[in-house]
Design a protein around this ligand. Structure first.
Ligand SMILES: COC(=O)[C@@H](C)c1ccc(-c2ccccc2)c(F)c1
Length: 553
């Protein structure tokens, strides 16, 4: 078999198989040399000595609040730290992308064929002895056995940092702008554009975007229901298609035209869609006051640029801040990347999509003003929002605990979704979780106990996989012992680079965009610089916005 199946090249060396079962490792640019790129150069040795251990660094970043309270207030230190976060995370994402899912070696397609999700690590070569190359069982473990033993919720495990359902729906609403798998064609393909393009609010195609606009003052179409602004009914917006399943009877006044075909699925997504439409129209009102001579087209485009800025600001300073549990204050300061090696383009990676399947956050039910709604009661229904009012629904999300992002915490009703994720990971031939830990500078798990931090699940995984290096990517991410962040440590350290790169590589962060005139002047620029989760809701809810945050009060 191909000697590269054994992954003999270390430290990101590239394996080339030769005649009669021979191979060579290409160590170019790795900082290592030797037949397996195992010997560090002097400069690598020094760098390795100086580089803080990721586990230690993570503990340091999530503790010592008193020290961080001081460091966060010293601007020249804090800016150096944020610059380090942006550049070090950006460096870890290959740009231009090197791989896609249909070839286990570098191709021009990885860069020029943008309908592929990019790949950080190439797929396991075909015709290797085992699915992971040479290690582990000859066949993947049975997926149903794996789901029952490792993923299904016995009883609801609440998220230990008091994360609420508002956070869970933020994650789902936000990520669906760039996770747009083309299911008809295959899990390796995406219809997305590669980043924070707010297509979840405005639509993915120019046709959809045009259909959702009112044509007046740059605003998006809305309608009054119970005296409040909501997105338009699907029946009133010709040309837009939403993913309503044919078998579920939904009244015409229960179907809405939203920026993403999937957002009709859950009322939490509908609530965010409504808030963002209101925010866009509010920004339009501000811009019309400032620039009465501007036409609909200019107001719309300028407001959309401001909304992109608000989304990135809130995602870094509220969402990632909560997710990471960092005591370092995370700030959105794109000017720190200007004049550096940082590059302003991004591609979404298939592995990022898989990592972000955070269904354990979904509780078994949601209580809204005394009424309990099971997950299925809410599927394809906006009824809870209109029965209790949007404000009540939002407060219910704030006050309800999300589930812990760990193993054995997937709600039963999500079994088919989880099965699809695991099967797609196999179809895409993902390398194991340890291969990704090595790729992102982490020490690979040395044993099953080292991964899970306990013995019972470790024994089950040992029986299923035999070798720690054979544990599948998504399985390892959720089997890992809980850490100080919302997600286990591996998810932070490999999701971090894709996330930070995706946020800071946005065109609005580049020197030619990041200036007042792009956003309608200082006032528009300030809307971005002062945006926050709380402000987003307080400016767009009818009643009290008391206590809006990603934590249960
Ligand atoms: C590596 O850590 C970091 O750079 C911090 C700022 C950070 C950044 C991003 C994430 C993150 C990880 C997974 C999905 C979404 C965001 C994260 F968990 C931590």
């Amino acid at each position: 078999y191909d000697p590269c199946c054994a992954y003999p090249c270390e430290n990101q060396g590239i394996c080339l198989s030769e005649a009669n079962r021979n191979y060579t490792c290409d160590c170019t640019g790795t900082g290592y040399y030797g037949s397996n790129c195992e010997i560090p150069t002097w400069s690598t040795m020094i760098k390795t000595k100086l580089k803080p251990d990721p586990e230690w660094l993570h503990t340091f970043l999530t503790s010592n609040s008193w020290l961080w309270a001081i460091l966060n207030r010293i601007p020249f230190i804090h800016k150096r730290l944020m610059t380090y976060v942006y550049l070090s995370r950006g460096d870890m994402v290959d740009s231009p992308p090197t791989y896609e899912s249909d070839h286990s070696y570098i191709t021009l397609n990885a860069y020029f064929n943008e309908s592929y999700y990019a790949r950080t690590l190439p797929p396991v070569p075909e015709h290797c002895p085992t699915p992971m190359g040479v290690k582990g069982p000859k066949e993947y473990p049975d997926v149903d056995e794996l789901i029952k033993k490792v993923f299904m919720r016995r009883e609801f495990i609440p998220e230990p940092h008091d994360t609420n359902v508002l956070f869970q729906y933020y994650a789902q609403h936000f990520t669906h702008q760039f996770f747009r798998t083309d299911y008809k064609k295959g899990p390796q393909l995406t219809k997305g554009t590669g980043g924070v393009d707010v297509s979840n609010i405005y639509g993915l195609t120019e046709q959809d975007r045009r259909a959702l606009r009112s044509g007046v003052d740059g605003k998006l179409r809305t309608q009054k229901i119970n005296g409040e602004d909501f997105p338009p009914y699907l029946k009133d917006v010709p040309g837009i298609s939403m993913d309503y399943p044919p078998h579920i009877p939904i009244p015409e006044n229960g179907k809405f035209a939203l920026g993403h075909p999937f957002f009709a699925l859950l009322p939490g997504l509908f609530a965010y869609a409504t808030i963002w439409v209101r925010e866009h129209n509010r920004v339009c009102d501000e811009l019309v006051k400032l620039h009465p001579s501007w036409d609909d087209e200019r107001i719309y485009h300028t407001a959309r640029l401001i909304i992109v800025g608000e989304v990135i600001k809130i995602t870094i300073e509220d969402y990632v801040q909560h997710l990471s549990q960092y005591k370092l204050k995370l700030t959105f300061e794109p000017e720190l990347t200007h004049g550096t090696r940082f590059q302003y383009h991004n591609r979404i990676h298939a592995e990022f999509n898989h990592l972000y399947h955070w269904h354990p956050l979904i509780p078994d039910s949601l209580n809204v003003s005394g009424t309990d709604y099971a997950i299925m009661d809410m599927a394809y229904s906006t009824a809870p929002v209109f029965k209790h009012g949007l404000d009540e629904f939002i407060h219910a999300m704030v006050n309800s605990r999300a589930g812990a992002l760990t193993n054995r915490n997937h709600a039963q009703v999500l079994y088919p979704v989880l099965k699809k994720v695991l099967e797609n990971g196999r179809e895409l031939r993902f390398q194991g979780v340890n291969a990704y830990r090595r790729r992102f500078g982490m020490v690979p798990f040395t044993s099953f106990e080292d991964m899970t931090g306990e013995t019972e699940l470790a024994a089950i995984l040992e029986e299923l996989y035999g070798d720690i290096d054979a544990v599948e990517y998504y399985v390892g991410l959720l089997a890992e012992r809980p850490g100080p962040s919302i997600t286990p440590l591996t998810m932070v350290n490999i999701g971090g680079p894709w996330s930070v790169k995706g946020l800071l590589a946005n065109p609005i962060c580049s020197p030619r965009y990041w200036k007042p005139s792009t956003f309608g002047g200082e006032e528009g620029f300030n809307i971005i610089k002062t945006a926050s989760l709380e402000k987003l809701f307080c400016l767009n809810m009818k009643g009290s916005c008391e206590g809006i945050s990603f934590k249960v009060p």
